[in-house]
Design a protein around this ligand. Structure first.
Ligand code: NAP
Ligand code: ZN
Length: 351
């Protein structure tokens, strides 16, 4: 198979800094789209994977699954995309397309295992897949998204993961007008959660550990800010939420949030994958409450989210960084100090 060389940044071990690397990408097969990467967002998952927090990383890890780029070349079966198109690639680059999940447009739950953008088996070149911290990528056309041209391209990058991960639960649980919605954790995911819940007509409460983020939360679309460390304030909201989206990136005590739910209401977890602190069964039983989970979203749903963003002028609030600054950017994400998503300008890697 013909390949081309690309510059990239990756980590060789879980304790290593990201450093420059050279990788190969396949030349497009008949169903492939070749993309020159312009921008790539930094998701907290990139850090979890580099640091092997989920115990399944394969090295080198070249992260990046919030990819925006220009099409440079397409395979012979590709008619939806052509050279020069602005496109996006999120967390997946392939799936079996045949199982029940794939047929229901839920490729993220592919029964034969979706191919994730990085750290999945690379069926074409062997080894494992490499993400968007690089100058180019080749992707099956069914996993390439059209990006609305009216939006600022840089600020659309985070929609490919932070966007769909918050959009999908809000849409699955039919959040809309009149609902009181809580978003826990004001980071990359949380700030998109506020924007979407607000655009869908909900009454949005930002639930945060950081008093300093209150003003921003309101600017982003929160109607109210609730400090989760303020017990009295938490008590005053007991039993009043129709829906809570929890984006906290680590295991934590979710009992205080369960107390906030109304009868029959649901809290959806998207952040913590590790064990949570013990849940008080009575908190769920007394009110028929639910705790659920959600993983990114399917490709069809991702396109719907991008189209909604195009119509409603929704993008991420971003801080641009050069590829060479990625290690300090990682540190700032871990310290909950990003407003509200870092996006890497890939021009800095090409020089
Ligand atoms: P992020 O930018 O780091 O934001 C997380 C926010 O959570 C922080 O800004 C902070 O907000 C709050 N927080 C952090 N540590 C906390 C703690 N110990 N207790 C309470 N709150 C805490 O991260 P992100 O990129 O939004 O990602 C969030 C999580 O979602 C990560 O674990 C990521 O891997 C995961 N994720 C899941 C999916 C999925 O499909 N399910 C997709 C993408 C990402 P405040 O300062 O407001 O408290
Ligand atoms: Zn992500």
């Amino acid at each position: 198979m013909t390949t081309t060389q690309h510059k990239a940044y990756g980590a060789k071990t879980k304790d290593a800094n990201l450093e420059p690397m050279q990788i190969e990408r396949r030349e497009p097969g008949s169903d492939d789209v070749k993309i020159e990467i312009l921008y790539c967002g930094i998701c907290h998952s990139d850090i979890h994977q580099v640091r092997n927090d989920w115990k399944n990383s394969v090295y080198p890890v070249i992260p990046g699954h919030e990819i925006i780029g220009k099409v440079t070349n397409v395979g012979t079966n590709v008619s939806r995309f052509s050279e020069g198109d602005l496109v996006g690639v999120g967390c997946m680059v392939d799936s079996c397309q045949e199982c029940d999940s794939c047929k229901k447009d839920l490729e993220q739950f592919c029964e034969n295992g979706a191919t994730f953008t990085y750290n999945s088996e690379d069926k074409h070149l062997g080894g494992h897949t490499y993400g968007g911290y690089s100058t180019g990528v080749t992707v099956n056309q069914d996993f390439v998204l059209k990006v609305p041209e009216n939006l600022d391209a840089k600020a659309t990058a985070p929609l490919l993961c932070a966007g769909i991960t918050t959009w999908s639960p809000l849409s699955t649980w039919n959040v809309g007008k009149g609902d009181k919605v809580g978003v826990v954790g004001l980071g990359g995911l949380g700030h998109m959660g506020i924007k979407f819940a607000n655009a869908l007509g909900a009454y949005v409460v930002m639930i945060t550990t950081s008093p300093s983020k209150a003003e921003d939360a309101k600017r982003l679309g929160a109607h109210e800010v609730l400090l989760s460390t303020d017990e009295d304030a938490m008590k005053s909201h007991t039993g009043t939420f129709d829906f809570i989206l929890n984006t906290v990136p680590v295991g934590h005590d979710i009992n205080p949030y369960i107390n906030l739910l109304k009868i029959d209401a649901t809290m959806v977890m998207v952040g913590a994958v590790e064990p949570l602190e013990a849940v008080n069964g009575a908190g769920l039983i007394m009110g028929r409450k639910r705790v659920a989970g959600s993983l990114i979203g399917g490709i069809k749903e991702t396109q719907e989210m991008l189209d909604f963003c195009g119509e409603h002028n929704i993008v991420s609030d971003i801080e641009m960084v050069n590829m060479q600054e990625v290690n300090s950017a990682f540190e700032r994400v871990v310290n909950a100090d990003v407003k509200y998503r870092f996006v890497i300008d890939m021009a800095s890697l090409k020089n």
